[in-house]
Design a binder for this molecule. Structure first.
Ligand code: VGL
Ligand code: ZN
Length: 213
């Protein structure tokens, strides 16, 4: 039998970008993305503290291929802060695609953190934008709330989950990715790279069954 993990008062579940545009039929659909919804609903019930992130772009966001004439989605360009993958338009503020998946049900979530709202900078991580210096404020929130361990689930494994987990670990939080409650996009070798990075940084992976009741 898989070993169980006890979830306590200083543990946080960070649910990354479970939004309509990242699910099948959405504008930046992650393969099988909606499969995480029932998983996450179930594990969220085990956590006292849950934070949701919401990708939240202005319609002319610089991460959109449509803002770069002659470029196509999934190409990489150089932004002032470094390389940036260009995406199809997605999660535009106030549109249906930016809403959470309608079946996501975590009424006790304590905070919804929006990110990617600055036109010039993309933000994969829930902690730092892609210039790696602009802070979202989430580190301060976790510290003020006395949270010590961060568990992550959601979309997409190889972008927003990956960068959020790396930043949580770098900030000194014990960090665990609930692997079967995530799905990846897969651009080049991005999923394999994510697994290598987690291993190198001591970011643990766990199956959802280990934290179910
Ligand atoms: C994401 C690409 C662009 C994500 C967000 O949630 O992983 N990926 N915006
Ligand atoms: Zn985005």
């Amino acid at each position: 039998m898989a070993s169980r993990i006890e979830i306590g008062d200083s543990d946080l579940l960070l649910v990354i970008d479970v939004q309509i545009d990242f699910c099948p039929g959405g504008r930046l659909a992650v393969p099988d993305g909606d499969a995480v919804v029932p998983q996450i609903n179930e594990i969220a019930g085990r956590f006292k503290h849950v934070v949701l992130t919401q990708d939240w772009h202005p319609r002319d966001h610089r991460s959109f291929a449509s803002a770069h004439p002659g470029r196509k989605p999934f190409e990489t360009v150089t932004m002032p802060y470094g390389p940036q993958v260009l995406w199809p338009d997605h999660c535009v503020q106030g549109t249906r695609g930016a809403e959470f998946h309608p079946d996501l049900s975590i009424p006790h979530a304590e905070l919804v953190l929006r990110k990617g709202f600055r036109r010039e900078i993309d933000s994969y991580s829930a902690f730092y934008e892609n210039d790696r210096s602009t802070r979202t404020g989430l580190l301060g929130y976790l510290r003020e709330r006395g949270l010590a361990r961060v568990f992550l689930a959601g979309l997409a494994l190889d972008y927003c989950v990956r960068y959020s987990a790396e930043d949580a670990a770098a900030a000194g939080f014990s960090t665990t990715v609930i692997r079967d409650a995530c799905r990846g996009i897969g651009v080049g070798g991005s999923i394999e790279e994510t697994d290598r990075s987690f291993a190198a940084r001591g970011i643990a992976s766990l199956e959802a069954a280990a934290i179910r009741a």
